[in-house]
Design a binder for this molecule. Structure first.
Ligand code: FAD
Length: 390
């Protein structure tokens, strides 16, 4: 058994871990990133949609090989199919994550991070003011002593639990998702579609995210407790039969999305948790890629400051948690409350709301105006709005 030392061990080679590794290495730290899968970026368990502004904070998308499609429109479908166009312009991108994450890993590597694939963190033990991280890799077991561990191990997060943090997810806040890659279908290839309704995707929504003309990620997320005992794939098969019977399925994936606010404590002595592992997903949209990258960057910055100060205690690392909550965590709590409140309305309400919103001219359809108009026409929304602001 070999024993190495590093300033930072990052567990997980998703967006959170890769940005954490890139930024920590750029700050001059000695960084090892371990990823248990054989390849960074695979398998893809994602709709791959990201907003332009968030993405551009981290990497330039123009002309990149990892961009599958540029998106200029967002279209909501009400349960009865009423179409509502809500955003136009430089909306975002559909990534090819099998290329995107390798591109981030290459940047992290160039910055000096040591990226190790097919290497799994299997245990964690506190040794004085360091963590001993036990690894299982292609050549057997090894240990690394790290000043700081960044736990970016995604939805199945174990590392934070080993360190004593509570990352449990209530069953009602875990969406089960199923997604096909589908060819031979007709839709606007510059738009993403989000389709709501208790009979479409109970507790979640269905999405159509274009990868090319006639090719899209078509998926949905459901909350099992509301899904009448049927799993996500059964709901997706119904959806395909109804809306895309001519579609040719070329890929399939399943995965969980945590639609729960940030865990109460994201740091402990010498350890920070980021991305899905810390529930840093937008509870309304289920989007987590950009959030994970923002958390990874913040974790790297706070780690570098703590190591420079020679103090990696929980008290010192607490700034990570506080800054995250200010940046996005408090918003996620509001979105979570809003989601809880609107989940109580039935499909007829949303059909009606869609028609109300369609009365606002498309170019004037900002979120604020939609909200204000909805409140005027649908007084039942007032208590929901009140919950949003408390
Ligand atoms: C079906 C589906 C569709 C989605 N669509 C979108 C979307 O369109 N847009 C969006 O923004 N978000 C989407 N998401 C959410 C998004 O995928 C996540 O929020 C994002 O990947 C989180 O990044 P992360 O780095 O925290 O975790 P991950 O991307 O999950 O990365 C964690 C990594 O850690 C590795 N790992 C785990 N344990 C260990 C260990 N012990 N040792 C070493 N490595 C380990 C895993 O193999 C994994 O590679 C979707 C999710 C699903 C399931």
């Amino acid at each position: 058994m070999t024993l190495e030392r590093a300033d930072v061990v990052v567990v997980g080679g998703g967006p959170a871990g890769l940005i954490a590794a890139r930024e920590a290495a750029t700050a001059g730290l000695d960084v090892v990133l371990v990823e248990r899968d054989r390849a960074i970026g695979a398998p893809v368990r994602c709709g791959e949609g990201v907003g332009s502004r968030g993405l551009s904070e981290f990497i330039a998308p123009e002309g990149a090989s990892w961009v599958a499609r540029r998106i200029t429109r967002v279209i909501f479908w009400a349960p009865d199919g009423t179409e509502v166009r809500v955003a136009e312009g430089d909306v975002g991108y559909i990534l090819d994550r099998s290329r995107f994450e390798p591109a981030l890993a290459a940047e992290a590597g160039r910055a000096g991070a040591d990226i190790r694939v097919r290497t799994e963190a299997v245990a964690l033990a506190r040794q004085g003011d360091r963590w001993r991280v036990s690894l299982r890799g292609p050549h057997g077991g090894s240990d690394i002593d790290a000043r700081i561990v960044i736990a970016a191990d995604g939805v199945e997060a174990l590392v934070a639990r080993w360190a004593g943090l509570d990352t449990r997810v209530p069953a009602r806040d875990m969406e089960s998702c199923a997604q096909y890659v589908v060819s031979n279908i007709a839709f606007d290839p510059d738009a993403i579609y989000l389709h709501f309704g208790h009979r479409v995707a109970p507790g979640g929504y269905a999405w159509i995210f274009p990868k090319d003309v006639g090719v899209a990620n078509v998926g949905l997320g459901i909350v099992a407790l509301r899904a009448g005992g049927r799993h996500a794939r059964a709901w997706l098969d119904d959806y395909m039969a109804r809306y895309f019977p001519q579609g040719i399925t070329t890929g399939y994936t399943v995965g969980g999305v945590i639609v729960h606010p940030t865990i109460k404590q994201t740091v402990t002595d010498g350890l920070l948790v980021c991305g899905d592992a810390a529930h840093m997903v937008n509870p309304l949209s289920g989007g987590g890629i950009v959030n994970a990258m923002k958390a990874g960057r913040l974790a790297a910055r706070v780690s570098a400051q703590a190591i420079a100060a020679g103090d990696t205690s929980a008290a010192r690392l607490q700034t990570y948690h506080d800054e995250w909550m200010r940046m996005l965590g408090d918003d996620h709590l509001r979105y979570y409350r809003l989601k809880e409140a609107i989940s109580k309305f039935d499909d007829a309400f949303f059909d009606d709301l869609a028609r109300t919103v369609n009365e606002i001219p498309t170019q004037r359809r900002t979120l604020g105006r939609i909200f204000a108009s909805a409140l005027v026409h649908h007084p039942t929304l007032v208590p929901v709005a009140a919950r949003f602001f408390v």
